[in-house]
Design a binder for this molecule. Sequence first.
Ligand code: PXP
Length: 251
Amino acid sequence: MTTKPLRLGVNVDHVATIRNARGGPRPDPVRAALLAIEAGADGITAHLREDRRHITDADMARLKAAISKPLNFEMAATGQMLDIALATAPHAVCLVPEKRTERTTEGGLDVIGGHDYLAPYVDQLTRGGVRVSLFIEPSPESIDAAVSIKAPVVELHTGAWCHAVEVGDLALADREFARVQEAAAYAGGRGLEVHAGHGLDYDTARRVSALPQIVELNIGHFLVGEAVFVGLAEAIRRMRQAMEEGRAAAG
Ligand code: PXP
């Protein structure tokens, strides 16, 4: 069996976070997106949060106009975001949960309790020509709910696994990785396109790349952090290398 190619979506939110710390125009997330593509990114991901803490409406419009690769627009399922997404016409939308007090997207969408609420968003975006993914916990129940909401794609939340690795809790990390692995196989079996993201670094990206159902990783914070030390282009090249090494192990 030939393994499907694995795409890298580079999330430029935290370039905007640094820019906004000073309130001026630099560093520009659009410049980072263009550089990321030159260095091997297959797409650009940006999250327009309701509080606009990093990416702004203008950034999203500029990204769409400037980049030659697919734009993945992350957003909460709200009426305002739906209007902006339909007007922006990105390649893809990833629906994520959002709480104003969280530092980052802390858990997956409540696709079970939120089924009736989310389904019309998926429907309208799909009819608008946008490929919709749901950012979910790696569990069979969430995957079944995503299928019933008629989302074609799920992005498995790797945050719990990556956090366990980071704090050195190896037993928990093994259990969390097993959840991601089982969820990827289950989602693939249910006919969904499978993505993964959150908290990935070179090592965890290498490991998750070995799961053959996963065809896209979305990575931001680690790459922007590494860019401080080795530059963004080099960080992306190293990430691609790690992904290819992992993929080779997928058989
Ligand atoms: N995928 C989704 C759906 C996210 O919300 C985020 C964080 O914005 C990422 C991927 C990227 O996570 P990180 O910045 O930790 O690499």
